[in-house]
Design a protein around this ligand. Structure first.
Ligand SMILES: Nc1ncnc2c1ncn2[C@@H]1O[C@H](COP(=O)(O)OP(=O)(O)OP(=O)(O)O)[C@@H](O)[C@H]1O
Ligand SMILES: [Mg+2]
Length: 249
């Protein structure tokens, strides 16, 4: 029986009158890649911000590795890594200095931060650019550093909010392989993307959100089987069938 590693319990979040997240509950098992999909404005990032202790829910709680976000956010912060949707990088610093800075933020010594930074830069194929200023990097390189930073401190649970947006197929493949390797080495991962092919390839299970609620949750195969022969149906078919075709924003 798979171990429950993260449990979101009945989360709510409103901004002014708008209900961004409206009663969300789900479980992520240890060692899986869990996909959170949904149209623009569905509430994915708001959910991730609550799961990762950045935003306080109006209602509900999250348990990560046995710790409650509400009662022991510091213990949760110690075991998670976050790759935010908006790039969070210091443009005037080198890749290495960015990594060391964020490593120090998660409590590593300067020496340990440098060691981990070099390991993670290598993983992302960026060793040769370690000393280069981030402002000179391509979009794909910035995305890879954003992801490398999330690995500082060796988290047990990784939140990846659209890590491949605006990234070319070569860089994207590098990111997929990295993520699959991390999973194979025991990391648990929550993944959001608007690329359905990507979710189909990477995710063990997928939740589809719309209007602040989860409207389906299953393996990619079972989601496809809900609407037709799984070999002939794509995840995009499922997504459009469940969320409709109207624009959200
Ligand atoms: N800080 C905020 N203040 C006001 N409204 C917000 C704030 N953050 C999110 N919202 C609103 O909450 C809703 C959900 O937004 P959220 O960013 O969680 O969606 P998302 O699923 O991540 O969308 P996308 O795919 O575009 O990233 C949206 O209508 C958004 O405008
Ligand atoms: Mg988002």
């Amino acid at each position: 029986m798979a171990e429950e590693f993260m449990i979101a319990q009945n989360l709510y979040k409103s901004f002014d009158e708008q209900k961004a997240v409206n009663g969300v509950s789900f479980t992520i098992y240890k060692g899986e890649i869990f996909g959170l999909l949904g149209p623009n404005g569905a509430g994915k990032t708001t959910t991730i911000r609550m799961l990762s202790t950045v935003l306080e829910p109006n209602q509900g709680d999250v348990i990560v590795g046995g710790h409650s976000v509400k009662h022991n956010a510091d213990a949760v912060r110690n075991i998670i890594g976050v790759c935010p949707q908006e790039l969070a990088l210091y443009e005037d610093l080198s890749a290495l200095d960015n990594m060391v800075f964020f490593g120090r933020m998660v409590g590593l010594s300067g020496k340990e931060a440098r060691i981990q930074a070099m390991t993670h830069l290598e993983l992302m194929g960026l060793t040769e650019r370690a000393k280069g200023k981030v402002s000179k990097f391509s979009g794909g390189m910035k995305r890879r550093i954003n992801l490398a930073i999330a690995l500082m401190g060796h988290p047990e649970l990784l939140f990846l909010d659209e890590p491949t947006v605006g990234v070319d197929p070569q860089s994207r493949n590098n990111i997929y392989e990295t993520i699959e390797n991390l999973r194979d080495n025991g990391m648990t991962i929550l993944y959001t993307t608007h690329y359905m092919e990507e979710a189909n390839r990477l995710c063990n299970r997928i939740a589809i959100m719309d209007g602040g609620q989860i409207i389906a949750i299953d393996t990619p195969y079972q989601l496809k089987a809900q609407i037709g022969p799984p070999e002939q149906v794509t995840l995009e078919d499922v997504f459009l069938k469940l969320t409709g075709r109207s624009l959200r924003d």
